[in-house]
Design a binder for this molecule. Structure first.
Ligand code: GLN
Length: 415
């Protein structure tokens, strides 16, 4: 008899975190896992230290510190345009990761279907496996600038067996920011099939070139059909704090999520929720400056990738770039990503991690750029040096597409 349960055999170890471990072993720059290599705002660090010193070291209320929920409701009204009752609608969780898991466990019965846009953030696969959900995939077109989906394909994915749709906007890994008309279409389908929307909005403030973030919950009547998930991690550069939330303007749904959350983790870190009150009170300038600094990082990495011969997608939000590497190598994505760590000292995530059938992601690697500009410049320098590196022998060329290495000008034209 197997000593492990069947449910954990349904998914693999996280490839994102595997790449992080690999680059830590080999040495190099981690553009794989999406977390900052810079500090959060000083004010936030001081608030956390104060909370520890002031004695916030025992459990907070299971569904979240009361002041944190009040500050969150206020911020969500200001930025999402949705009014939640902090006592009845909000649950503070250990990051958006737990919020998504608790929501799936609380709403989806085994065998029911959940629609997801593909490529998708790798957690949704294990979330579905653990809750018994069957995923239905709808393709985003990576060859077009705003990564559209085919409306008919989305309509075909919905049926009477659809329990929910996951909408991640801004989107990991493409950087797509769903347009209002797209969200209206999704909302119509949810109403028609009595399906829930579960949104992952952790990149809500990381937007480029004037892109606007629209919360599905803000569309007429959708606040009680939509579980809005987000977190402090990306917005305030505190991915290790594990403070996220799930918001839904329906007491029965929120109550079900709270029950799942209670027995998964009891609660999110109490002192860090206290510090979170300070973060949630930041003014508009904080968010504008953060978005502008990410736009500079995006542009820096985009031009380096084009110069080296990748064909990168241009994100409208979030902080990832999917880069087509077929101009550089005919290897599969996993082999190429591992070689890039070994030879160039730059870690990425193999594209197949974001697709249910790995062949669809075979030509991509994902670069994450929540990094200091000097880190990105160093990564660019390493990639250029790697490109110029004379191939030592046939084996070393590792399936390099003929004639591409050492022809950066051609690569730029292609980009
Ligand atoms: N969301 C981040 C990413 O896509 C971090 C993933 C993780 O390790 N939880 O890289």
């Amino acid at each position: 008899m197997s000593r492990t349960a069947q449910r954990v055999s349904l998914f693999q170890e996280s490839v994102i975190r595997e790449m992080t471990r690999l680059v830590q072993q080999e040495g190099g720059i981690n553009l794989a896992q999406g977390f900052p290599d810079f500090d959060p705002p000083q004010e936030l660090l001081e608030a956390a230290q104060r909370a520890l010193a002031e004695g916030y070291n025992q459990y907070a209320i299971t569904w979240g510190d009361a002041d944190f929920r009040a500050a969150l409701a206020e911020k969500m009204e200001r930025y999402q345009g949705v009014r939640y009752d902090p006592d009845r609608h909000l649950t503070v969780t250990c990051g958006a990761t737990e919020a998504m898991m608790a929501t799936m466990l609380a709403t989806v019965n085994p065998g029911e279907e959940v629609v997801v846009f593909e490529p998708f953030y790798e957690n949704y696969g294990p979330d579905a496996a653990l809750s018994g959900a069957r995923l239905r995939y709808v393709r985003l077109d990576l060859s077009r600038p705003d990564f559209p989906y085919d409306p008919r394909e989305l309509e075909r994915a919905f049926s009477r067996n659809t329990k929910a749709i996951v909408v991640n906007t801004p989107h990991n890994p493409t950087g797509k920011v769903f347009r209002r008309e797209e969200l209206e279409h999704i909302a119509d389908l949810c109403r028609h099939y009595d399906a829930l929307a579960v949104t992952d909005e952790v990149y809500e403030h990381i937007l480029y070139d004037g892109a606007q973030h629209v919360s599905l919950a803000s569309l007429p009547g959708m606040a009680r059909w939509t579980v809005t998930i987000s977190s402090m991690s990306k917005t305030y550069s505190v991915t290790g704090w594990r403070v996220g939330w799930a918001a839904v303007a329906d007491e029965a749904l929120a109550g079900a999520i709270r029950k799942a959350h209670d027995f998964l983790t009891v609660g999110a870190p109490a002192p860090l929720q206290r510090a979170g009150v300070v973060a949630l009170g930041f003014g508009g300038a904080y968010y504008r400056e953060m978005a502008a600094s990410y736009q500079r990082r995006r542009d820096l990495l985009l031009s380096a990738l084009q110069e080296v011969g990748f064909r990168p997608t241009v994100p409208q939000g979030a902080y990832y770039i999917m880069a087509d590497f077929t101009g550089l190598s005919s290897e599969d994505d996993g082999t190429f990503a591992r070689r890039l760590i070994r030879e160039a000292g730059v870690a990425t995530v193999p594209g197949s991690s974001f697709f249910h059938d790995s062949s669809s992601g075979r030509r991509y690697v994902r670069f994450a750029y929540p990094k200091r500009e000097q880190t990105l410049q160093e990564a660019a320098r390493r990639l250029r040096a790697w490109l110029r590196r004379p191939p030592v022998g046939k084996a070393d060329r590792g399936g390099l597409a003929q004639g591409c290495r050492g022809t950066p000008s051609r690569a730029v034209e292609r980009g």
